[in-house]
Design a protein around this ligand. Structure first.
Ligand code: SF4
Length: 467
């Protein structure tokens, strides 16, 4: 029998019609995550053509991108300030009613960022094919699922057919061995990986993250790593499911229960690359050599250790333009740059463990004068847990704003934006021009670096706060 990779095993289970030279494969989709921003046009097409949603039971719908994070706007007392956001929210409610879909709506205590509530509810499971009209769907690959983002037109295809046309990507193994040192997190690791292979390093590939570092990582850490696979250009990122995965999923409302659970786990244990399985490419990294990382440019590949300096790339016009936008010059140290905004949130780093790290740094301290810090939990469930555990109190007492869940400043389309010219140290995943608001300058880093920098008011190595 041919040795197969994890990706090949999941792919082969879902091929309805194999690909040919002329045509892509028809792939069955187990779970379609849907939200208010990339679905309105797809529902309009269904309506115009008199089509139904093929599998409402395999369609999980929520709202996150344009939802406000201000409590009064979510729970009443103030109208939703942005008219475009209010319109998208109302339209999704209408579409779900009309097409018979369950909606995890604005005031639902199960609501949150789509890539956080999928795993949290147990809907994300090993071996599934999962799609969503959002690039960071790769997050779900942390469970051994094949998960990737799709465009608005494809959202319509999946709603109507529960299938998708896809070309089979190549496979890339990223082997990480050794232990991350104190103060260095999964976010630093994935930024270091992107720095190493570049923003196109994974193009056309499904990545499998492997090795002792990944095996020792929590599900939260694995989700952070897989989340940013797309920033290396990859189609998907995956981790083989193991006991850490099963412990995370056991008992969650949408996970299999009773005998079904035992059968599912027995099957999931086979979802790992066979010994000797061939990858198209392999890249190896030593986790112990990774330092706290921070971006300085306008894509996540422009990244260096916090202790480093802005590199020089003579003759590279795109790079020069990026530094001009960021107001930085080659040779400048990255640490000590003043920041005006700090954002802890997004589907990359708004899980309970991320908030715990940030709360530990902030406990008993105040954020620097002139700094605005937003802490936005990834889901309402995480919000409740963070309040029970005292993290929320640490944020509020430090002077940060504690918000309702949502995408918030990750993309600046819900009212939470960074002013032009301001530096925002952000735990999100994209630092493109204008991503957090017109003219905003984004520095991507870990929750520990974000919290330490909020206290100092300057980019700060979190290891200074370890003792
Ligand atoms: S937090 Fe950002 S990347 Fe994640 S789903 Fe929302 S907009 Fe997309």
């Amino acid at each position: 029998m041919t040795a197969k990779t994890l990706f090949e095993k999941v792919w082969e289970r879902h091929v309805v019609v194999p690909e040919t030279v002329e045509t892509p494969a028809v792939l069955y989709i187990d779970l379609h995550l849907t939200h208010e921003v990339t679905s309105p046009q797809a529902f309009s097409v269904l309506r115009a053509r008199g089509l139904k949603v093929r599998r409402p039971d395999r369609t999980l719908v929520t709202m996150d991108h344009s939802t406000p994070t201000d409590t009064a706007q979510v729970f009443g007392g103030a109208p939703i300030a942005l008219a475009s956001a209010a319109q998208q929210i109302r339209q999704l409610e209408t579409n779900c009613r009309e097409f018979g879909l369950e909606l995890i709506g604005l005031r639902d205590d199960r609501r949150g960022i789509v890539h956080i509530i999928g795993p949290e509810s147990g809907a994300t499971q090993p071996g599934k094919t999962i799609v969503c009209g959002d690039s960071h769907t790769s997050t779900h690959g942390a469970f051994g699922a094949l998960a990737f983002g799709i465009g608005t037109t494809e959202v319509g295809y999946v709603l109507a057919t529960q299938c998708l046309l896809q070309r089979k990507p190549k496979t890339l193994a990223i082997e990480v061995g050794g232990s991350l040192v104190a103060g260095v997190s999964a976010k630093d690791l994935v930024l270091a990986i992107i720095g190493r292979i570049g923003v196109n390093g994974g193009t056309g590939h499904a990545i499998e993250y492997r090795g002792s570092t990944i095996e020792a990582m929590s599900m939260d850490g694995r989700m952070t790593v897989c989340n940013m696979s797309i920033e290396a250009g990859a189609r998907a990122g995956m981790v083989a499911p193991d006991d850490t995965t099963f412990d995370y999923l056991r008992g969650r409302p949408r996970a299999p229960q009773g005998d079904d659970w035992e059968r599912a786990v027995a099957d999931w244990r086979g979802l790992r690359s066979d010994p000797g399985a061939a990858f198209d490419r392999t890249v190896s990294l030593d986790a112990a050599a990774v330092e706290p990382m921070i971006t300085y440019g306008t894509n996540p590949g422009m990244v260096a250790p916090v202790s480093g300096r802005v590199p020089d790339r003579p003759g590279d016009a795109v790079y020069a333009r990026a530094l001009e936008y960021m107001g930085l010059a080659p040779g400048e140290p990255l640490s000590d740059r003043p920041v005006q905004v700090v954002f802890v949130g997004s589907c990359t780093n708004a899980r309970l463990s991320d908030l715990e790290v940030a709360a530990k740094v902030l406990a008993g301290r105040r954020i620097a004068p002139g700094v605005r810090m937003l802490v936005v939990p990834g889901s309402q469930q995480i919000k409740r847990q963070a309040e029970e555990l005292g993290y929320a109190r640490a944020f509020i007492e430090a002077g940060a704003e504690w918000r309702e869940s949502g995408c918030s400043m990750c993309l600046g389309m819900n009212g939470d934006t960074v002013p032009a010219g301001h530096y925002c140290l952000s735990t999100s995943n994209r630092n493109f021009e204008g991503r957090q608001g017109a003219g905003a300058r984004t520095l991507l880093a870990s929750p520990a670096t974000a919290a330490a920098s909020a206290v100092r008011g300057r980019v700060t190595d979190p290891r200074e706060f370890l003792n």
